[in-house]
Design a protein around this ligand. Structure first.
Ligand SMILES: CC(C)(COP(=O)(O)OP(=O)(O)OC[C@H]1O[C@@H](n2cnc3c(N)ncnc32)[C@H](O)[C@@H]1OP(=O)(O)O)[C@@H](O)C(=O)NCCC(=O)NCCS
Length: 437
């Protein structure tokens, strides 16, 4: 994306005209390049929440929220969901192209090699109190990778990039083991070791649910549902956690520390916690004996400031394409799990049916987002609710790794350092403590 000299934005400030170049992206997205704005005019822009700000150029993911389009490295999410797998999509997101047979094999071998944790780390994770939230354990575990692998975490981007393949495989593979350990710790259960003969998702389920006296072997359908869930979360351009990863990386920080920051940003209910809120909403509707109709009426009229969780999106102003895919696969997963009648699913379907006919939701372009059905999928797979955000983190890991690489490999890298509009006290003189009222 380079500035096109023939396009300029004309800005008139204090009676003087300034011209700023216009940048055009691959998909014809347009941006005004204001990098010299303050230097030339003394002004800065104000965009709380950064909704109208392009903070970087990137070649990883494309989203058109109005048209409901999501692509990883140019490939439509629908095609990847149908034909690819989480591990293959991970390779694609990180390295930019679909792997050849040989590359795919080598990548899988790397993931298998790095699935096991350093014994010291297993002990360290086992010491967390059982009341710990799995996200607290996960972020600490991911951050501690920089302590266990200091040669991959030098905080010198050039040196860290020389070992990027190994660091990336460690991040992708070990996040799954750390995540499962975080769950076992929260239940006071003994920790399991990964199995080299299992695929990525089967291994995760084994790490979560196997007992010393009872090996857990998931059905292929359950592993497939998990595979799809992870693939659909692999990247989503400059959301809150990804921007956090890039911000931390811009200081020169290593991969592990940067992605641990992403885990922390994801923890909040406005970001990674929304899928849990959907289940809580469905449960409370069910407990009240409502089929969803009363709830919709309340959400529409603002009664009790209720929102229809899992509806609406900052970027998508149409059906979130991931929600469509996850909904379709959900029925298959339910059939394979022989779940015939899930009351929460019935309520979700009723809510969707009513909302998609309701002018309140249509006029505000509120459609189901990925979280509307993803919590139900996780529930069907047997993932406990306090692990939903952790699952999101495992899925988002390829995106964070790829975005860190984009920052670290950028020869023109600039430290992220936004400005502010100060609204505090004007200058005042220090008052000695005995003279303060
Ligand atoms: C995701 C979300 C924060 C996006 O918010 P946003 O783009 O900033 O949109 P706003 O909060 O400005 O909402 C615009 C209007 O739609 C309404 N609205 C938005 N989401 C709504 C929802 N889920 N239920 C009912 N009304 C909703 C707002 O009340 C507002 O109405 P108004 O114009 O009459 O004041 C918002 O849609 C939401 O809270 N959704 C539910 C939580 C959720 O599912 N989050 C996961 C996102 S992946």
């Amino acid at each position: 994306m380079t500035p096109t000299p023939q396009h300029h934005a004309l800005v008139r400030l204090d009676g003087k005209d300034y011209h700023f170049p216009v940048m055009v992206g691959t998909e014809n997205e347009k941006a005004i390049d204001i990098r010299t704005l303050r230097q030339e005019t003394g002004y800065i822009t104000f965009d709380e929440g950064l909704g109208d700000t392009g903070s970087c150029t990137s070649s990883i993911t494309f989203i058109d929220g109005e048209a409901g389009i999501l692509r990883y490295r140019g490939y439509p999410i629908e095609q990847l969901a149908e034909k690819s797998s989480f591990v293959e999509a991970t390779y694609l997101v990180i390295y930019g192209d679909l792997p050849t047979v040989e590359q795919r094999k080598r990548f899988s071998q790397m993931l298998t090699k790095h699935a096991r944790l350093h014994e010291g780390m297993t002990k360290f994770l086992g010491e967390f109190p059982s009341a710990s939230h799995p996200m607290a354990v996960l972020s600490s575990g991911v951050n501690s990778l920089s302590a266990y692998y200091p040669y991959l975490a030098t905080n010198n981007h050039q040196r860290d990039l020389e070992h990027f393949d190994e660091a990336a495989a460690i991040a992708i593979s070990k996040v799954r083991t750390i995540a499962a350990h975080s769950y076992r710790v929260s239940r006071g259960l003994p920790l399991n070791y990964p199995r080299p003969d299992f695929g990525y998702c089967e291994n995760f389920l084994h790490l979560m649910f196997s007992e010393p006296y009872n090996e857990f072997v998931p059905t292929p359908e359950v592993a497939q549902a998990l595979n799809l869930f992870l693939l659909l979360h692999a990247d989503h351009e400059q959301n809150c956690s990804t921007s956090t990863v890039r911000m931390v990386a811009s200081s020169g920080a290593n991969l592990f520390t940067s992605i641990a920051a992403g885990v922390n940003a994801l923890w909040g209910p406005l970001h990674g916690g929304a899928n849990m809120s959907v289940i809580e909403m469905l449960k409370s509707i069910h407990a009240e004996g409502d089929d969803g109709t009363k709830f919709i009426a309340a959400a529409r009229s603002g009664i009790g400031e209720q929102r229809l969780m899992g509806f609406g999106h900052r970027v998508y102003k149409h059906y979130d394409p991931r929600a469509k895919i996850i909904k379709a696969s959900f029925y298959k997963a339910l059939a394979s799990l022989r779940i015939k009648d899930d009351p929460l699913l019935n309520i979700a379907m009723k809510l969707e049916e009513v909302a998609l006919r309701d002018d309140y939701f249509l006029s505000r372009k509120l459609y189901p987002n990925v979280d509307f059905y993803s919590g139900l999928i996780m529930r069907a797979v047997g993932i406990p609710e306090n692990m939903f955000t952790v699952m999101f983190a495992i899925g988002r890991m390829p995106g964070w790794v790829a975005q860190w690489h984009e920052v670290a490999a950028n020869p023109k890298l600039k430290l992220y350092r936004p400005r502010q509009i100060y609204q505090g006290s004007p200058v005042r003189d220090y008052v000695p403590i005995e003279q303060r009222g």
